[in-house]
Structures are given as structure tokens and as C-alpha cells.
Design a binder for this molecule. Structure first.
Ligand code: FUL
Ligand code: CA
Length: 513
């Protein structure tokens, strides 16, 4: 490499010392200038490679899931009609009889709430199937609904796809109806059912493996307690392979992954520190260490982000007695900040009622929640900021500070490898009032930042107004209003240089009720 070029690859070694200057010839200088200019405008990828990924990184299917952020659950089965949370497995198929089921109404309620996907309990622990499975008689084909000719999995999946939502399936491993539950034959049955769901209903974006198992059940009339070893009984490696083979883009959820992990509670809250990484080999469905799942493992061996499942009501299934206990828009908003805002995904349950519709109380609360989210995030107060940083990688445009305000997830600011504690300043040009800061890391390079601080410029000095840990897909720092014309983000702890794709400033204008 000729003399001037190191200027491009090592911006830290700026020729401030006289002797480097003296050795640069006029033509060398011109060449350097042109190369620098080309580098800044084109990104000079050849001269300045991106940073090496740190630790585990997301797969394509996980990146697609992370982009959704907010998805929905539909818990619907015989329990809706028996007023239970866990059906015993001995319910008559005839109890399942929604009077005015409308898949479009259900999907519309979800879409209006901003959900990007719906996951249907195709079979809950009671074993009753919402589709006419060839492998059991315990299904809607013996229910009065549509004279036994209906297929709710078909109706919901088609309504989702029509409305541009993705569709996922929940198939309970624990089955309190099936006579073979606890024996090897049941695993064949389970896989046969999964094959039906993965081949008959178009693209499946998520497969939800519930770890719950209470032991006792109907089990074909045996009415006994059957304990299984959650680690070995279900033959997870073979079942997972089936999903990979039939729906390669589907993310599999279970307590420990492989693609998405349980967040360790059913309150919808990720840890204040929440890594997308996990030592996944330590976990199997049903063997959860909920405190570890809540925050993840750092640095972790696998990329397994947390999905926060929570119901809009106290129960997972519809109970008329809970019509007045629907979470308020403010409560939903708080959950959003504690899940999506901590790098996780929010999976909110909307239980269809006995009519087969989303109750108006639920739909209304969800709609108002969405209005509040949109009112805040529609206007990014940092969009026009002038952005500078203490360092940017190779002085190349593709790593420039301004990449954090271009509203593109796939462009990012990064620094030279040695600059692991850099700072970036958003100059807003005039005083701006905000109370939410949104930071996103560029996920294909892994979760890189461990801790950060935010400062506001006050007259003659910087004043810190927030600190935080773990960023990942999305970190929402929400606090009291700050009015300033300059905001600074400092990376205070990181094993490698950062890769930050977005920084935004937002104002919550109204108080939700
Ligand atoms: C739990 C189940 O036992 C609940 O009924 C519900 O399906 C929830 C999402 O997972 O483990
Ligand atoms: Ca960007």
C-alpha cells in the first residue's frame, strides 16, 4: 500500500505530526484526497471491512422475527365454553360451538393493534384440535360448528395471509386426551399432527412448543397421572428437524429455543438487562431456569432472543367474568416498553369469546394502545440532527455517524476496532423536548454493547440523564421530559467496537389512561 492510503484505513493515525506531512508528495496528497473522497462517498468497502461479528448472530428467520416486535396469540378451545384454563381432555367435542366465528374480525382486531403475526392454539393441553386432523376424532369434525365441516386453522391462517399478517401454530406437547400420552406412540402422533399443520396451511412463521405439563389427565379414559421426562420423552431433535425440513423460515419457540426463548414469566416482562444470547444447551422445554431466561446469558453460545408471552386478560382463555379486567392501554404500553423496549418480542394473547370474536373491550384497549404507540413513534425528533462521533470506522461513509438517523435498519455507525468506548453526538440545531430514546444495534454483527450512558447538553456542559445495559434489537429509554439541543450517547462498556443502526428521540405527548 502506498504511503497516503494508511490515512484511509487508520483514521486514528491522522498526520498531525509534522514528519508524516513532510513525506507526502503533492501527487500523493491528491491521490489521498481523491481516495478519501471516494471512500467517504462510496463506502470504500475494499479498504475498510466491516467489524467482525461478536459472539452468536441471528439467522435469517430470527431477523425476520425480530423485525416484527409485536405479535399476537389466540387461545381458543373447549375451555372457552367450559370456563376453564386447562381442559381435562375429557370434554365432549360438542361443547365447542362458537355462534358467530369470524376470522376476519379476529385478524382485523390484531392488525389494528399493530400485531404482525398471530399464533393459534391449534391444540391446547386438552387435546381438542381446531382442524380436522386425520389422526384423531377429538376435533372440530365432531363439533356442531359448521356441522363438523369447519377448519379453524384454515380460516385463521387464510385471514392472516389476506391481511398481511404472518401465521404461527401452537401445538401443545402435553395432551390430556390422547390415550398414548407418555408412551413412544404419542410422539409419532404428535409429529403427524405437526406435519399436517406445517403442510396444509401455507407459510408458518412460528411454532410454539409449550413446556407446561401438569401430569394428570383423561388419557383415553385411563384417568391417571403420567409423568414424562421433558428432556428425552418428546424426541425434540427429530421434531425440530421436521420443522426445519417443512418450514425452514419458521422460528421455534420453547423454554430454551432453538430460535426463541421463553422470557421466564407470563407477565410480559423482559429483564432490565436482557441479552438475545443464551447458553441454549442448558435448557429444554419444561426445564426452565426462569431467572436466567429473563436476562439471557452473556456472551452466550447461541442467539435465542426472548419472546414475552402475556394475556390481555388475567386468563389465557375467554371468561365472561374477566370482561372488566382487560388490560388498559396504559398497562399495554408499559408492557411494550418492558418487552420490545428491552430487545425482546411482545406476544400478546387475545382470547376469542364464545361467539368466536374478539370482545369489544379487548379490541378497544388494543386499538387505543396502538394509537398511543404511533403518536409517539411516528415523529422522530432526531431525524434532521447533525451527527458526529469521536470515531468512525475507516472514515468510510458506510460506517458514518449519520447512518443512525437515516431510518434504515441495515445501515449503521461503527468505529475502528480499538475504539470500544466511543461517543456519538446528535446536534438538533434547536432545543427539542423528548422523553423516549430508541437505540438499535445492527443485529447481523451480534450483540456488542454492554452498557451505555446518555447525556444532554446544558449551556456549557454535558449532563447525564440516563444509563442502561444491553441494547440489541431495540432499547427504549423512557423517562421524564428532557429539553436540549444536543444529545450524546456514550458507549461505556463493550468488548468490541459498536455497530448501531438507529438512534431516535421521541415525545410521549399524552398520558394514557
Ligand atoms: C402455558 C399454558 O399452560 C397456558 O395455558 C398458556 O397456553 C401459556 C401460553 O402457556 O404454559
Ligand atoms: Ca441506519
Amino acid at each position: 500500500m502506498s504511503l497516503p492510503l494508511p490515512l484511509l484505513v487508520e483514521p486514528n493515525a491522522r498526520p498531525t505530526g509534522g514528519h508524516l506531512h513532510h513525506r507526502v508528495t503533492a501527487t500523493g496528497f491528491l491521490a489521498a484526497f481523491l481516495a478519501l473522497w471516494a471512500g467517504v462517498t462510496s463506502g470504500s468497502a475494499a479498504e475498510t471491512p466491516p467489524p467482525a461479528a461478536y459472539g452468536p448472530v441471528p439467522t435469517e428467520r430470527q431477523l425476520q422475527w425480530q423485525a416484527m416486535e409485536f405479535v399476537g396469540f389466540l387461545h381458543f378451545t373447549v375451555n372457552t365454553f367450559t370456563d376453564k384454563e386447562w381442559g381435562g381432555g375429557d370434554e365432549a367435542e360438542t361443547v365447542f360451538n362458537p355462534t358467530s366465528f369470524d376470522a376476519n374480525q379476529i385478524v382485523r382486531a390484531a392488525a389494528e393493534g399493530g400485531m404482525k403475526e398471530l399464533i393459534l392454539t391449534c391444540k391446547h393441553h386438552d387435546g381438542f384440535c381446531l382442524w380436522p386432523s386425520k389422526f384423531t376424532e377429538h376435533s372440530i369434525k365432531h363439533s356442531p360448528w359448521q356441522d363438523g365441516h369447519g377448519d379453524m386453522v384454515k380460516d385463521i391462517s387464510e385471514a392472516c395471509h389476506r391481511a398481511g399478517l404472518k401465521f404461527g401454530v401452537y401445538l401443545s406437547p402435553w395432551d390430556r386426551n390422547h390415550k398414548d400420552y407418555g408412551r413412544p406412540e404419542y410422539i409419532t402422533y404428535y409429529q403427524n399432527q405437526l406435519r399436517e399443520l406445517l403442510t396444509q396451511y401455507g407459510p408458518i412463521s412460528e411454532v410454539w412448543f409449550d413446556g407446561a405439563n401438569g401430569g394428570d389427565g383423561f388419557y383415553g379414559g385411563a384417568r391417571e397421572t403420567r409423568k414424562i421426562d421433558a428432556l428425552t420423552y418428546y424426541q425434540w431433535p427429530a421434531t425440530r428437524q421436521l420443522v426445519r425440513d417443512l418450514q425452514p423460515l419458521a422460528c421455534m419457540f420453547s423454554d430454551g429455543g432453538p430460535d426463541l426463548r421463553w422470557v421466564g414469566n407470563e407477565r410480559g416482562q423482559a429483564g432490565a438487562t436482557c441479552w438475545a444470547t443464551l447458553n441454549a444447551a442448558d435448557f429444554a422445554p419444561g426445564s426452565a431456569d426462569s431467572r436466567r431466561l429473563n436476562r439471557g446469558d452473556r456472551p452466550g453460545t447461541d442467539w435465542v432472543p426472548a419472546e414475552c408471552d402475556v394475556s390481555i386478560r388475567p386468563g389465557w382463555f375467554y371468561h365472561a367474568a374477566e370482561d372488566t379486567r382487560v388490560k388498559t392501554p396504559r398497562e399495554l404500553l408499559d408492557l411494550y416498553y418492558k418487552s420490545v423496549g428491552r430487545g425482546a418480542g411482545l406476544l400478546l394473547n387475545l382470547p376469542p369469546d364464545r361467539r368466536g370474536l374478539i370482545h369489544d373491550n379487548d379490541a378497544r384497549s388494543l386499538r387505543e394502545f396502538r394509537r398511543l404507540v404511533d403518536a409517539t413513534f411516528a415523529h422522530d425528533l432526531a431525524r434532521a440532527a447533525k451527527v458526529t462521533a469521536s470515531n468512525f470506522r475507516g472514515n468510510a461513509a458506510r460506517f458514518a455517524p449519520a447512518n443512525v438517523t437515516d431510518n434504515q435498519r441495515d445501515t449503521y455507525w461503527s468505529t475502528d476496532d480499538a475504539a470500544t468506548a466511543p461517543e456519538i453526538v446528535l446536534d438538533l440545531g434547536k432545543p427539542v423536548t423528548f422523553n423516549v430514546v430508541r437505540i438499535r444495534e445492527y443485529l447481523p454483527l451480534g450483540q456488542r454493547i454492554e452498557a451505555f450512558a446518555l447525556d444532554q447538553w446544558q449551556g456549557a456542559q454535558w449532563v447525564e440523564f440516563a444509563t442502561g445495559t444491553s441494547i440489541g434489537n431495540c432499547r427504549l429509554v423512557r423517562g421524564e421530559p428532557v429539553t436540549t439541543d444536543k444529545v450524546r450517547l456514550r458507549i461505556t462498556q463493550a468488548p468490541v467496537c459498536p455497530a448501531i443502526s438507529e438512534i431516535g428521540l421521541f415525545a410521549e405527548k399524552e398520558k394514557a389512561n
